[in-house]
Design a protein around this ligand. Structure first.
Ligand SMILES: Nc1ncnc2c1ncn2[C@@H]1O[C@H](COP(=O)(O)OP(=O)(O)OP(=O)(O)O)[C@@H](O)[C@H]1O
Ligand SMILES: [Mg+2]
Length: 385
């Protein structure tokens, strides 16, 4: 299968730091937030917003997209908009965040010897020198807010404390209101909060598709393979893990000199990112389960991210015949599938009416699983593929 054609044409566009021009499946949220900011800014007022959502739900991408767009459309207007992005995770104190903010108004102070209020004074002078609306993004803000910050109050009351025109965007996984003082809390009422729901499997397929379009050779990955990745990451709605799997699978495909990114490459990527099947788990399986797994891994070794259960049953029956085992009843076959699903080794997907349901295994490369299972069943003829 020699095919030297590359698949990863623009790998940097799968990097977590890359900000896509379009955030598919977050258009509504982005639209709402943009409108609220524009409405306020056009009246010369600041606007504060708290964005929450789970890991990989697109919080950072959303606020960076929002701020970049506001900065661009604010250019040339009376009060230009500028944003400062600060990740508080490593800088969880008012003073360290303030030092970063000072840089955004082109002031640098030594990081010792100044109190917070002295720093705020210098910041105010800096802001005055360059009149602008400053959009301060505090990402991973939980770390800061849990330390009884005064800065959130100062920034959200910038007008009252004569600090110039500042909007504050707080980003966190959890709701921060319980940690804020009463005065700051009043800046983040219901119309100042945006909770991002976890991405669904369908959302993730669309997101992966859009990012694959940017990064990979056209036509090098089928929707079924993207759906396989989405199925794996959907329980956490984590787009970042999905993109990581996509990049890993594309690398595995290139290493194998395959023309396409195939389900087997996804399994390989998943197995190397999070090894899920331990040997002790395999040892605990019954002979019935092993037989079904072996049939499944053989069926999956080629193309396809899942097989119809009917087809699997046929493959399994043939395998039993080959091994001179007793045939298995339909009920036992189903019970075995259910057991494997409960153990987290396979996924059963209901199909449309009249169709047989589909059986998927995303944990390990099917070829590797086949070898393991064959070894365990005492057949030396491990087939590598
Ligand atoms: N709607 C989307 N369209 C395209 N790419 C997206 C979308 N949502 C998220 N991504 C991508 O998924 C990755 C994770 O998103 P992001 O970093 O914004 O998540 P997060 O909610 O900030 O996660 P964390 O809580 O871990 O900080 C990024 O690479 C981002 O570009
Ligand atoms: Mg983030």
């Amino acid at each position: 299968m020699a095919n030297p054609e590359r698949i990863l044409l623009r790998e940097e566009t799968l990097d977590p730091s890359y900000l896509p021009a379009r955030l598919v499946r977050r258009e509504t949220e982005l639209g709402i937030a943009t409108k609220r900011f524009r409405d306020a800014l056009s009246k010369g007022l600041p606007y504060h917003l708290m964005v929450t959502g789970g890991v990989g739900s697109g919080k950072t991408a959303l606020v960076r997209r929002l701020a970049t767009d506001l900065e661009r459309t604010g250019r040339g207007t009376e009060l230009p908009v500028r944003f400062a992005y600060i990740n508080c995770w490593r800088r969880a104190s008012d003073r360290t965040v303030m030092l970063d903010l000072l840089h955004t108004v082109d002031v640098s102070l030594p990081d010792r010897g100044y109190s917070l209020s002295e720093m705020v004074d210098v910041f105010e002078q800096g802001l005055r020198r360059h009149p602008q609306h400053l959009l301060v993004i505090l990402d991973e803000a939980a770390a800061l807010v849990k330390q009884e910050t005064k800065l959130v109050y100062l920034l959200s009351r910038s007008r009252e404390v004569a600090l110039g025109s500042i909007s504050l965007l707080l980003v966190a996984a959890e709701d921060l209101l319980p940690y804020l003082d009463a005065a700051s809390r009043s800046s983040f009422g219901v119309t100042h909060r945006l909770a991002l729901a976890p991405y669904t499997r369908e959302d993730l397929v669309e997101i992966l598709g859009a990012r694959a379009e940017l990064a990979l050779r056209r036509g090098s990955v089928e929707r079924e393979t993207l759906d396989q990745i989405a199925r794996i990451v959907a329980p956490n709605g984590d787009a970042r893990f999905g993109l990581e799997l996509l990049a890993g699978a594309a690398h595995a495909a290139e290493d194998a000199e395959s023309e396409m990114v195939l389900p087997e490459h996804v399994r390989r990527a998943k197995g190397s990112l999070v090894p899920t099947l331990s040997e002790s788990q395999l040892e605990a399986l019954s002979t019935n389960e092993l037989g079904v797994l072996l049939a499944l891994s053989r069926s999956l070794k080629g193309k396809g991210s899942a097989v119809p259960s009917q087809k699997l049953r046929t493959t399994h029956a043939a395998l039993l015949e080959e091994l001179k085992g007793a045939p298995m009843s339909r009920t036992t076959f189903w019970r075995t599938l259910k057991e494997l699903e409960r153990d987290g080794l396979i996924t059963l997907e209901a199909a449309g009416s009249g169709e047989s349901s589909r059986v998927a295994m995303d944990e390990l490369p099917a070829s590797y699983l086949a070898t393991l299972v064959e070894e365990r069943m005492g057949r030396g003829s491990a087939r590598k593929g």
